[in-house]
Design a protein around this ligand. Structure first.
Ligand SMILES: Cc1cc2nc3c(=O)[nH]c(=O)nc-3n(C[C@H](O)[C@H](O)[C@H](O)COP(=O)(O)O)c2cc1C
Length: 179
């Protein structure tokens, strides 16, 4: 499988808890024979959807930015992995900005029937803190005909050091290896 991982932390790669989970997932998936590529929405030049209707949900976007590269990568992958820090109980704006830009190729994306996964890192440890993000992710999967392959909900992963000690990187690696 061609797996595309969309990371979205604004932290540098080596200082990001969610990217640490993504790297472990990627290692497991590569060990299982999959091809893994990354798109860094956290540092890409991405503009929010203007709702202008220029694309007609199946055309070119008015914005000329890094979404062209992301769009091509999304439409040629078999599995999309959403990677995000938990920001106010949802995905980071950097990832939501990219997701909203799905609008320009909405039906094409629905027809791809992609596999999907969610990897997230949060500071807190109460299980309820992930509910809104999980519900949003599952609703996106349902609408876009994505097949959810699983989630790594990194509770108590507030820094890379906390994450490394949490056991979630090993779970992410095992998840990738199981695919
Ligand atoms: C704007 C902002 C909002 C946050 N919201 C939450 C939150 O709702 N719950 C939580 O447990 N942690 C929250 N955090 C903490 C981050 O999710 C946590 O530090 C995470 O490890 C960051 O991952 P990253 O290094 O990949 O960006 C927030 C951090 C920021 C900067």
């Amino acid at each position: 499988m061609n797996i595309l991982m969309i990371t979205s932390s604004p932290h540098p790669q080596d200082a990001s808890s969610s990217t640490l989970l993504a790297e472990h997932f990627a290692r497991g998936a590569q060990e299982a024979g999959h091809t893994v590529t990354f798109f860094d929405a956290g540092h890409a030049n991405l503009h929010p959807c203007l709702g202008c209707g220029h694309c007609g949900t199946a055309g070119s976007c008015i914005h000329k930015d890094d979404m062209a590269q992301a769009r091509a990568a999304i439409l040629s992958c078999d599995m999309l992995v959403f990677v995000t820090p938990l920001y106010y109980f949802g995905m980071a704006a950097q990832l939501k900005t990219l997701v909203d830009r799905f609008y320009a190729f909405n039906e094409e994306l629905m027809g791809k029937k992609l596999k999907a996964a969610l990897l997230t890192a949060a500071w807190d440890s109460e299980d309820w803190i992930m509910q809104a993000l999980v519900s949003h992710y599952q609703t996106i999967c349902r609408y876009l005909n994505f097949q959810d392959m699983g989630m790594i909900l990194g509770l108590g992963c507030g820094t890379p050091a906390m994450t490394a000690a949490s056991g979630f990187p090993e779970k992410a690696c095992e998840f990738g290896r199981r695919l």
